[in-house]
Design a protein around this ligand. Structure first.
Ligand code: FAD
Length: 288
């Protein structure tokens, strides 16, 4: 199934992101989490990819296979290209193809000590073109409502995003954000730039303080004052923090859907409890 086409048929498309276990743990440790997430019946589940050689034994493909064959849910396999050769990508594509996995989130990957070796790709757009010329895949790409941290301006980042769509990305998933007004501004700008593919909004329920610190410092994501106040008030109480984070995420989602957003992509952080609570709200509010 082509997940980008879901937007033509559904009022709301809800999906989850999960990540493989740490390289020191066996892949099977994620299956309980996956079973619990699968029970919630999302429209698809995406699986992250360890960039530039940190991927353990093809774990993304193995987990995507489990999602497809055991949970009977469509997987979206992330794939990064920095520090990678065309041969290596080709081999991963073959493995995806053999397992009937046709949806790929094509990414550059963050720069790190693990991917600073020479490779054949500089930008995600080159990976997208390569995947499209390699087989019958549906390609999804990432986008950044508050600008990618390396881009000189949001305008330039949107020009580069348009290039990814022109290279074959048929749908986009946003970086997480908390300030919907910035997202609406981004959508106006992308529409003016001629980008008209479906956009899934990445939602990260803010359930602990460390997470918030990482977001502001590494990702350049604005954490609004009301969220900071929440962290101040509940930060020392993990249970209260988790519940407050869920309520904030729901408030954000309700506003997004009221403003015409059709795709909600939940960064589950492999936490089925949080995903279940959000799904329950969505079912109750939107009769999904
Ligand atoms: P690109 O689209 O290549 O953009 C990177 C930068 O280059 C941007 O600043 C862009 O403006 C600029 N640029 C693009 N084209 C050009 C050009 N022709 N000339 C000059 N500048 C250009 N990382 C992982 O390692 N594993 C994952 O599983 C993963 N999942 C992700 C899921 C989502 C939804 C998102 C949004 C990000 C994810 N990431 C993941 C992080 C991602 O790899 C990083 O954000 C990375 O730094 C950029 O990836 P990209 O595909 O957006 O890159």
């Amino acid at each position: 199934m082509n997940i980008s086409k879901l937007f033509e048929k559904k009022d709301i498309v809800v999906s989850f992101e999960i990540f493989p276990p740490k390289p020191t743990s066996p892949i099977s440790t994620v299956y309980d989490t996956l079973d619990a997430l699968g029970d919630l019946n999302p429209h698809y589940i995406s699986v992250t990819y360890g960039a530039g050689g940190t991927e353990k034994e093809n774990s993304t493909v193995t987990i995507a296979k489990y999602i497809k064959n055991t949970l009977l849910i469509e997987p979206l396999a992330h794939l990064t290209c920095l520090g990678t050769t065309k041969e290596e990508i080709k081999s991963t594509l073959e493995s995806l193809e053999q397992n009937g996995i046709k949806n790929i989130l094509a990414l550059r990957g963050d720069r790190s000590e693990f991917n600073n070796k020479p490779g054949d790709f500089k930008y995600a757009s080159e990976l997208i073109s390569f995947i499209k010329s390699s087989g019958d895949f549906n390609v999804v790409a990432g986008c950044y409502p508050e600008k990618h941290p390396e881009a000189p301006s949001l305008e330039q980042d949107i020009i580069n995003l348009k290039n990814k769509v022109d290279c074959g990305a048929s749908h986009l998933i946003t970086q997480l954000f908390f300030d919907n007004e910035r997202f609406y501004d981004f959508m106006d700008k992308t529409a003016k730039a001629g980008i008209n593919v479906p956009v899934d909004v990445g939602i990260m329920p803010l359930t602990n303080i460390k997470q918030a610190q990482k977001m502001t410092s590494l990702m350049g994501v604005n954490v609004p004052k009301k969220h900071l106040k929440m962290l101040e008030k509940f930060g020392d109480n993990p249970l209260a923090m988790r519940e407050a984070g869920i309520v904030f995420a729901m408030e954000q989602i309700v506003d997004l859907i009221a403003n015409g957003v059709k795709g909600i992509h939940i960064y589950t952080m492999n936490n089925p409890y949080v995903a279940r609570r959000i799904m329950l709200y969505l079912h109750n509010i939107f009769s999904m």
